[in-house]
Design a protein around this ligand. Structure first.
Ligand code: YXS
Length: 264
């Protein structure tokens, strides 16, 4: 792993299971371009080492699993903040296309784009300290349509709307009830539980597993919509990312104050 990547993650392989640990605690594991590139590269490296199952985790005892997209890297002033080429979107695609199960092992709080990353993993195992918040309305961000499809592929519409419209963190028990997580496990047992789950899947037929995962991705991600509809939605998103409210949301975070949104 490059010295650059080591600023953001640690990774290792044992018994065909690859583990990526987010280690940028000072910035609450914000999903910076550097961290996203490091995760995407680690997933590519796993494929050269016959890794069959991957686990993405924070460091033991982390209060924040990840604080989401690095707000300082969100472009303001006429650029789509969540465009196809954004490193975060590239990493989400790398997770969804990894030819084997990717498990998100979650302790601590998950924010914004990190929630999309967790839902892009195939399974989620969490301990009682976990919480999940999707936060575009805190900043005035026009979430991207692909990202909304990630949520629709996992959660009920009324749950998605409550999560997006309130930006309130869902605690671990609520996350289990809403289907955000597969398993809620005591903190002292989450490592053993996740390792056992990974080993059981790593022992199964990898080719069948990889093809079934890709079939499910295509069936859930590749939803056709009319070109004119997509362009209309993009125009609506452009109005949002060009708005004074979006600039206010970013400025308020930077100045550590509450935003004053005007709807313009
Ligand atoms: O003040 P310094 O320089 O020490 O830096 C602080 C924070 O500014 C920084 N930091 C971040 N920097 C960039 N992007 C972030 N997402 C981010 N989160 C944190 O890390 C240093 C320590 O943060 P601090 O003092 O606030 O830590 P804390 O333990 O008191 O609070 C932890 C959090 C996670 C509750 C708090 O950092 C927080 O609320 N962070 C922002 C969470 C958030 O709104 N994430 C959404 C990012 S935007 C995104 O993902 C999508 C585009 S969307 O908006 O559509 O969902």
């Amino acid at each position: 792993m490059s010295a650059e990547a080591q600023q953001f993650i640690a990774s290792g392989v044992a018994d065909a299971i690859g583990t990526i640990t987010l280690t940028s605690a000072a910035r609450r594991n914000a999903l910076s371009h550097g961290m996203m590139d490091a995760i995407s590269t680690a997933l590519l490296d796993f494929q050269t080492q016959d890794v069959r199952v991957a686990i993405i985790q924070a460091e033991p005892g982390a209060k924040v699993w990840s604080s989401g997209h690095d707000i300082g890297e969100l472009p303001v002033g006429g650029l789509d903040p969540l465009r196809y080429a954004d490193p975060l979107e590239h990493t989400l695609r790398a997770i969804r296309r990894f030819p084997g199960p990717v498990i998100a092992k979650v302790s601590g709080s998950v924010w914004g784009g990190a929630f999309d990353l967790v839902l892009s993993c195939d399974l989620v195992v969490a301990d009682p300290s976990a919480s999940f918040a999707i936060t575009p309305v805190n900043l005035g961000v026009p979430y991207n349509t692909t990202g909304l499809l990630h949520f629709m592929g996992r959660l009920r519409l009324n749950v998605i709307k409550e999560l997006f419209f309130t930006a309130a963190p869902a605690g671990a028990a609520q996350a289990l009830e809403w289907g955000i997580i597969n398993w809620l496990v005591p903190a002292g047992e989450i490592d053993a539980f996740t390792g056992d789950l990974a080993r059981r899947m790593a022992a199964k037929a990898p080719l069948a597993m990889a093809v079934i995962k890709e079939q499910l991705r295509v069936l859930s991600d590749e939803v056709p919509i009319a070109a004119q509809t997509f362009e209309r939605l993009q125009d609506m998103r452009r109005m949002v990312y060009d708005s004074a409210d979006f600039r206010e949301g970013i400025a308020a975070f930077r100045e550590k104050r509450a935003p004053q949104f005007t709807g313009r």
